[in-house]
Design a protein around this ligand. Structure first.
Ligand SMILES: Nc1ncnc2c1ncn2[C@@H]1O[C@H](COP(=O)(O)OP(=O)(O)OP(=O)(O)O)[C@@H](O)[C@H]1O
Ligand SMILES: [Mg+2]
Length: 441
């Protein structure tokens, strides 16, 4: 492509002459990216569609500029821009050349490539640039594509990944201008916080959804885009209606145990197709599957899995009626928070627990060889029978897994119960979500 044309396009994506919108800062991710930028690794930013990856890249670039990096030392390219023609590695070379000629940067260069997967063999280009130390590189794109096999092999050991989720509750409050700095703040602002928690559970936390009036319409369009672009197009799926039905099925059945065979019976799709499609849905970050805890790996693999959605808003518009499923949404929100914490703690593994008497504990947290915590989500604690049942399960699991650290996450109820000689705390969801965030920073 002509150099002048390239520069004209690039100018729209860079801070060279423009003030670009950077939205609400997401401090947790930014800190992580800043830390990674100090290493000698390529950074990949992956995660659900519309979770805020592109804005985050801009925020990271703006952060560099604030730290004193010259605007001309930063090159950002959104490779989805339709004005780019010939989407191959040559384009990346041309962009790089044009940039060097027009901006004449001195010293360390930072290259941010958004939607890198649009370019065939982008990994080779990135690897070469990285090996020749020509630039620090941050790459982002819709996850399904970034997780391609090539990335696995070509950049193995050379990249650090940042997985972006829709907003945590802590971030959601910040987006709603409620700032909590410490535990005292959490208590002082609890009326506001509880009101926002209901919205968080019902409408989920995609950044744009929170900021807009047309929440349902946006969520529905996210679902359609995800299915059409990240799944049908990317994986060249022929059984399109089946895949759509499966996506809806999972979103309607969050926090429920499923096996491929049970789905097969319900949706009349063969088990092997269910398995393949489930993998696609997971790769596109629409759903997550949680395995049952077992000391035997084989049993872990064979057991039914629990499914969770990347966002409760999506479940509620595509899947089920919120008012009848608040407890399940709460469990989903706890799961997502645990996934966020897992991204910061590679040692952490997550499971559910269930025994032959159908006693269940929602989450088993394992760190290294040790079960570090059990979490039961119990929305109707007021219902004595429910409470007794949940506690009995917890008691059994604590004994079997030799874990004395257990909590129950509730809607409102707070208190302590003794089980097997250990204190089990009952913590309201809003407090649990924020205590963790304040502690973990
Ligand atoms: N930190 C933020 N502050 C304000 N708005 C945000 C923020 N993050 C995301 N948004 C809004 O959410 C929408 C999606 O954000 P963005 O384009 O960054 O997501 P993405 O993960 O890159 O999505 P895609 O996978 O479609 O490329 C945009 O409209 C953006 O304005
Ligand atoms: Mg983007």
């Amino acid at each position: 492509m002509d150099k002048n044309d390239l520069i004209r396009i690039l100018q729209d994506w860079n801070f060279w002459q423009n003030e670009l919108q950077t939205g609400v800062p997401r401090h947790g991710y930014l800190k992580r990216i800043q830390g990674f930028l100090k290493t000698n690794q390529v950074i990949t930013i992956t995660g659900a569609r519309r979770a805020g990856k592109s804005i985050l890249m801009r925020q990271a670039a703006a952060g560099l500029i604030r730290e004193g990096v010259s605007k001309s030392n930063i090159l950002m390219a959104n490779l989805e821009d339709p004005r780019f023609t010939s989407l191959d590695v040559k384009l990346l070379d041309e962009i790089h050349q044009a940039y060097l000629e027009f901006l004449a940067p001195k010293g360390q260069i930072f290259v941010f490539l958004d939607e890198a997967q649009e370019i065939k063999n982008w990994e080779r280009w990135v690897r070469t640039m990285h090996e020749l130390r020509k630039a620090k590189i941050v790459v982002s794109g819709s996850n399904a594509n970034l997780l391609s096999r090539e990335l696995g092999t070509l950049l193995t050991g050379r990249h650090l990944d940042v997985t972006v989720f829709p907003l945590s509750f802590f971030e959601f409050l910040e987006f709603n201008t409620v700032v909590v700095k410490d535990k005292g703040d959490i208590l002082d602002k609890q009326t506001e916080i509880k009101g926002l928690l209901r919205k968080y559970l019902e409408l989920g936390s995609f950044p744009e959804v929170g900021l807009s009036e047309q929440k349902r319409e946006i969520l529905l369009s996210y679902f359609e885009d995800l299915v059409n672009k990240d799944l049908l197009r990317r994986f060249r799926v022929l059984k399109q209606e089946e895949l759509r039905a499966l996506a809806k099925f999972y979103l309607s059945n969050v926090a429920t145990l499923t096996t491929f065979t049970s789905v097969e019976k319900f949706l009349k799709i063969s088990t092997s197709t269910v398995e393949r499609f489930s993998g696609y849905l997971e790769q596109a970050y629409l759903v997550f599957f949680l395995k049952r805890f077992s000391f035997k790996v084989k049993e872990q693999e064979k057991s039914p899995r629990k499914v969770y959605a990347v966002d409760t808003g999506l479940s509620n518009v595509v899947g089920f009626r919120f008012s009848e499923n608040m407890g399940r949404c709460a469990e989903n929100v706890v799961f997502l928070e645990l996934k966020r914490r897992q991204a910061l703690n590679p040692e952490l593994e997550l499971f559910y627990w269930k025994d032959v008497h159908h006693r269940e504990v929602d989450f088993v947290l394992k760190e290294g060889l040790k079960v570090s915590q059990l979490i039961q989500v119990c929305w109707n604690v007021q219902d004595f029978k429910t409470k007794e049942r949940e506690l009995r399960s917890l008691k059994k699991a604590m004994a079997e897994l030799e874990c004395r650290n257990a909590i129950v996450v509730t809607e409102e109820f707070e208190g302590t119960e003794k089980i097997n000689g250990s204190d089990v705390q009952f913590v309201p969801l809003w407090k649990w979500l924020l205590d963790g965030a304040v502690e973990h920073g």
